[in-house]
Design a binder for this molecule. Structure first.
Ligand SMILES: [Zn+2]
Ligand SMILES: [Zn+2]
Length: 341
């Protein structure tokens, strides 16, 4: 099979992924072999490539927003049949036995494995996964549309839930990429009387116009003071400054959720009275659980979420990642494998 592999940590500008031929993997017990049709491009891949979140092995096939069809069942696998369309997300496996797993917090399991980081992911024609960590994809979505739902969508859904947002409140979104453009659609559906304010980098005109089209009530730049204070804020950016800026414009008792696996720059020093007093809270979001995906995918079909997708070929993965790094990806980037099918 064709795969784009990462052999070592490098700056993404050096086009670190290489197109290679590899044997098609064999599904183990309770696993399924999936013929990949689409794989989303996520900011986490930049963290892996550049070493802020190092993969467990090299070479590694990145990618954890995978849509494909079941090609073969491993021994004792019985949940799906050949030809079923399935999705694979960031959570690849969890132990099921530790105190976190037993509480339903498998996203915090110490032994958990992550797709495209600890085991090979979806920048390839085939991948294998435990049948317990694959999800049916609602019919409404094409393969390309479904891919970004599996990380950007699922983790956005989790972040919105952790924000404690209620109807009639004000939500601030810092950064407007793959995840935020889905979260605004969930927020507008679940909280029809809410106001959503979007903050982008300076000059991100395309992101700002997409935000307006998706119903943002106000659009500005990080550092701007919006017309109302925020009851909840979600920071999707890879840098530190928006944390301080969101806390500055947060309402008393408000909560900031940081939806990032790593930050590329430090969070600036906070002033206690300005940024934290009055019971303001900060919470991070880490990974996802299977329950997040199982709840979100049917909800996404019901809303329905319309993902904005920019399509690339498998061998264009480096170019897609560079666009993402430069903040120039409109909506979500997705690799399509069809050239090889
Ligand atoms: Zn991701
Ligand atoms: Zn566990």
């Amino acid at each position: 099979m064709k795969a784009m592999v990462l052999e070592k940590i490098l700056p993404v500008k050096e086009r670190p992924l290489k197109l290679v031929d590899l044997p098609v993997p064999t599904p183990g017990s309770k696993q399924i072999l999936v013929k990949v049709s689409a794989c989303g491009v996520c900011h986490t891949e930049l963290d892996e490539i550049e070493g802020r979140l190092s993969p467990l092995k090299f070479p590694i096939i990145l990618g954890h927003e995978i849509v494909g069809r079941v090609e073969r069942l491993g021994d004792t696998a019985s949940k799906f049949k050949k030809g079923d369309r399935v999705g694979i997300a960031w959570i690849n496996w969890a132990c099921g036995k530790c105190s976190f797993c037993l509480k339903g917090e498998e996203n915090l399991c110490d032994k958990a494995r992550w797709t495209g980081k600890d085991v090979d992911g979806g920048y390839a024609q085939y991948t294998v996964i435990s049948e317990d960590f694959a999800y049916p994809i609602p019919k409404r979505f094409t393969d390309l549309e479904a891919a970004p739902l599996l990380c950007a969508g699922v983790i956005g859904y989790r972040a919105l839930r952790l924000s404690g947002m209620e109807d009639n409140q004000v939500l601030g979104l810092y950064g407007f990429g793959a995840s935020a453009h889905i979260v605004i659609q969930i927020a507008k559906y679940k909280f029809p009387n809410c106001h959503v304010f979007v903050f982008t980098r300076p000059g991100q005109k395309e992101h700002q116009s997409l935000a307006k089209r998706l119903g943002a009530d106000w659009v500005g730049t990080t550092g701007d003071t919006p017309p109302e204070k925020l009851n909840s804020a979600i920071d999707f950016t890879p840098v530190g400054v928006p944390v301080r800026e969101a806390l500055r414009v947060l309402e008393k008792g408000g909560r900031l959720v940081i939806n990032a696996i790593r930050k590329e720059t430090p969070i600036p020093e906070l002033d206690y009275s300005q940024h934290l007093w009055h019971e303001k809270e900060i919470k991070s979001v880490a990974n996802v659980t299977r329950k997040d995906a199982q709840e979100f995918l049917p909800l996404a079909a019901k809303i329905p979420i319309v993902p904005e997708v920019q399509e690339f070929k498998l061998e264009e993965a480096n170019e897609a990642l560079i666009l993402l790094k430069e903040g120039k990806m409109r909506g979500a980037g997705v690799l399509r494998m069809s050239a090889y099918q």
